[in-house]
Ligand binder design. Structure first.
Ligand code: PLP
Length: 220
């Protein structure tokens, strides 16, 4: 763990930018240590791992799910998850809505966009997303709330490319806000930026940075 780096990142955050401490693969003790320092928002990308940590740790932690989510795993997170960053299909959103109903709650969600070069990354294209937003059955999903968008830049040293990709995500956010969410004050989050690229993401308008290895150390 690198507490100094954690303090440095926190001190450097502009107003309106929140830190999601990405604790995937890291033990509950590491999360506790950061909790002692006041951190309340943690990110995980495996549903069962998140459930186990949720059961062990203080109940005022906000758990953010940031990884690719399979529909058969939603049940492990639906009762308590604070935000799902990784909605990448209409089918997934519908399933999340069903589980939210079952748990008598509303689940905040972000729409994940594919902004990187790499084929391996998940996410909507703008076209696919608009098709969903225009679908009548989208309006019927009352137990999910769309709070904004999320994206991952290409893993590259080319800072200009990373900046272009984040800029692109910001444009997508603006377009969706104007066309579909102008009356919706919840639609305000731009989740972008990780250990390697968060300073650029903040310059490009991020409101949620997701940082793992800079704080918790490398994942082996
Ligand atoms: C692992 C992960 C992060 C954090 O990555 P670091 O490079 O360790 O900061 C952020 N977002 C997503 C979606 C991740 O899977």
């Amino acid at each position: 763990m690198n507490i100094e780096k954690y303090d440095e990142i926190r001190a450097s955050l502009p107003a309106g930018v929140r830190l999601v401490a990405v604790s995937k693969f890291k033990p509950a003790e590491d999360i506790s240590a950061l909790y002692q320092l006041g951190q309340r928002v943690f990110g995980e990308n495996h549903a069962q791992e998140m459930r186990a940590k949720h059961e062990q740790l203080p109940k005022d932690i906000e758990w953010h799910f940031i990884g690719h989510l399979q529909t058969n795993k939603i049940k492990y997170i639906a009762p308590y998850v604070s935000m799902i960053h990784s909605i990448d299909s209409f089918d997934l959103l519908k399933e999340v809505n069903k589980h939210a109903i079952k748990n008598e709650r509303t689940i905040p969600c972000l729409l994940q966009f594919h902004i990187a070069d790499e084929e391996t990354k998940f996410g909507f294209t703008l076209e696919e997303c608009e098709e969903m937003l225009l679908n009548e059955s989208f309006q019927e999903l009352k137990n999910v709330k769309i709070h904004g968008v999320m994206g991952m830049a290409t893993f590259t040293d080319d800072h200009d490319q990373v900046r272009r990709e984040f800029h692109h995500l910001h444009q997508i956010f603006d377009e969706l806000k104007t066309r579909y969410f102008s009356q919706n004050p919840d639609f305000k989050e731009l989740s972008m930026g990780m250990t390697e690229d968060y300073p650029i993401a903040i310059e490009e308008g991020s409101t949620l940075i997701r940082i793992g290895s800079a704080i918790f150390g490398p994942r082996y």
